[in-house]
Design a protein around this ligand. Structure first.
Ligand SMILES: [Mg+2]
Length: 123
C-alpha cells in the first residue's frame, strides 16, 4: 500500500523536488500538495495522511504553527512529520521538535539524506 505523503511548501518548484526525490528513493507514495500551512492543515484534517513533509517559512501559516495544529489533532504523534527547511540552526531544530516534528531535513538536501530520514517512516 502506498503511503499518502502531504508535501507542504510555498515553492511549487521545491514541492516538485521533494516529490521527485521521494519517488527516486524508491518509496511507495502518493502525494498530496499544499502551498502553505493553512492549506496543509486543511488537507491533513480531510484525513488519510500517513506522513507530512513541510517547509518552515510560508505565508498565511508557517510550518511550525501547522505542526502544532496537527499535533492538537494527533497528540499521540501517529503521523510522522519531517521539517524540510533552510532554518538549520540548533534553536530552530529544537523549536520544531518541541512543536511536534519527528525529524529535520536541511535544504538543500541530497537524495541519500532524504532516504535516510524517511526510511523508518516507510518501513
Ligand atoms: Mg518557503
Amino acid at each position: 500500500m502506498p503511503k499518502n505523503v502531504l508535501v507542504v511548501d510555498d515553492s511549487a518548484m521545491m514541492r516538485k523536488i521533494v516529490i521527485k526525490n521521494v519517488r527516486e528513493a524508491g518509496f511507495d507514495a502518493t502525494f498530496i500538495e499544499a502551498s502553505d500551512g493553512k492549506e496543509g492543515l486543511d488537507k491533513f484534517q480531510a484525513g488519510g495522511i500517513d506522513i507530512v513533509l513541510t517547509d518552515w517559512n510560508m505565508p498565511n501559516m508557517d510550518g511550525v504553527t501547522m505542526v502544532k495544529e496537527i499535533r492538537k489533532l494527533d497528540p499521540e504523534k501517529k503521523v510522522p512529520i519531517v521539517m524540510v527547511t533552510t532554518e538549520g540552526s540548533a534553536d530552530k531544530v529544537k523549536e520544531a521538535v518541541l512543536a511536534g516534528a519527528n525529524n529535520y531535513l536541511a535544504k538543500p538536501f541530497t537524495p541519500e539524506r532524504l532516504r535516510e530520514k524517511l526510511g523508518k517512516m516507510f518501513a
